[in-house]
Write a protein that binds this ligand. Structure first.
Ligand code: SF4
Length: 354
């Protein structure tokens, strides 16, 4: 019996082809070798995000061929989900430390960031997204319709072209650089949408997946967020309803909680000490739990009624249902304990660096 796909015709998620895009990256080996020579380095550390770890040995081989024999190249085995997530142990013990796959969250000489841009063509899917954007019809209205444009670090190399593309089609393209946590104009992170704080009713998000634009739509409920996903070849409009229901359910479950575990994440760019401290000062039944990776297994043995996570907001919103007890964001905690009304529920964002 055939099962009807939940995806529309043309959506590559129907076919599995979305995984077959040929992606070859520029690992910027010249820059790494130059740093080895300049620093007379004997130890080089390489850190890849989860999806690119399998490329690590090959890149290590390439570097080994280009540097003196006495240079040791090490691969970080720590999990890595963002530029906020540097392997500081390896960083401190190597002369050259390279972080692949993300743009810099902070300017520092200690880290060479190699962003690895996607080579997927974004323009066919942007063309399709025009159906969801206001029509630039000069006869109907002399003013060009304004549209915000945002993308992720993977597509940042095409951002100026994307802007011009929309501009040529009659849009008034609004963009801005967000706050310190963001490197580029128009860049969004899973925890930060400050670059979408623009004066436009529509925001076009060009990038893979639904999690980023969902956060964007939660953070900017007054805007229509159109998702042009060039990886899966699909255009959708962000819909926050299901997400909100899931968050309200978690808050309701936590309303009877007495003992709270307050998670402080020890990863370099994921710690929000002041928020954790504020909760502890407010609640004698709250216990601070410090950890790097926040996983259901690691929390299972703690006898708590609920948790509040001050680390990466995505752990709460994307993995929340996998924890054995309700896992809330700091803002949701305030609602669950009665400090704020239910309608104050909002997306948890993270600002600043370290
Ligand atoms: S804290 Fe932000 S940048 Fe870091 S992994 Fe989470 S969503 Fe990504």
């Amino acid at each position: 019996m055939s099962q009807e796909s939940e995806y529309s015709e043309g959506d590559l998620r129907n076919t599995g082809m979305s995984l077959k895009h040929d992606r070859e990256w520029d690992y910027e080996l010249d820059r790494i070798v130059e740093a080895v020579e300049e620093r007379d380095a004997t130890k080089v550390g390489l850190q890849f995000p989860e999806g690119l770890k399998r490329r690590g040995p090959q890149v290590a081989d390439d570097i080994r061929e280009l540097v003196p024999d006495d240079v040791t190249v090490m691969l970080s085995g720590q999990p890595c989900y963002g530029a906020c997530d540097l392997d500081t142990f390896l960083m401190k013990r190597t002369d050259v430390f390279v972080h692949f796959g993300h743009s810099p969250m902070k300017n520092t000489d200690k880290v060479i960031y190699v962003p690895l841009f996607s080579n997927v063509d974004v323009f066919p899917i942007m063309e399709e997204s025009l159906d969801e954007l206001p029509s630039p019809d000069a006869e109907a209205s002399p003013d060009a319709p304004s549209v915000g444009l945002v993308t992720t670090a993977q597509h940042m190399n095409r951002f100026e072209e994307m802007k011009s593309w929309l501009d040529e089609r009659g849009f008034d393209v609004r963009t801005r650089k967000g706050d310190d946590r963001l490197t580029h104009e128009g860049q969004v992170l899973g925890c930060n949408y400050a670059s979408a704080d623009i004066d436009a009713d529509h925001v076009l998000y060009v990038g893979g997946g639904k999690f980023h634009p969902l956060g964007l739509a939660m953070e900017h409920p007054d805007k229509k967020v159109v998702i042009a996903d060039p990886v899966n070849n699909v255009v959708t409009v962000a819909d926050t309803e299901k997400f909100l229901k899931q968050r309200y359910a978690a808050v309701h479950k936590a309303m009877d909680a007495r003992k709270w575990g307050v998670i402080f994440c020890t990863k370099i760019g994921q710690g929000r000490w002041e928020q954790a401290e504020e909760i502890l000062e407010d609640n004698d039944d709250a216990y601070l739990i410090t950890m790097d990776e926040v996983t259901p297994d690691r929390l299972r043995n703690f006898d708590m009624d609920a948790f509040v996570n001050t680390g990466c907001p995505r752990i709460t919103t994307d993995d929340g249902p996998q924890f054995h007890k309700p896992m809330l964001t700091p803002g949701e905690y305030e609602i669950a304990v009665g400090n704020e009304p239910l309608d104050e529920l909002s997306f948890d964002t993270f600002h600043g660096t370290w």
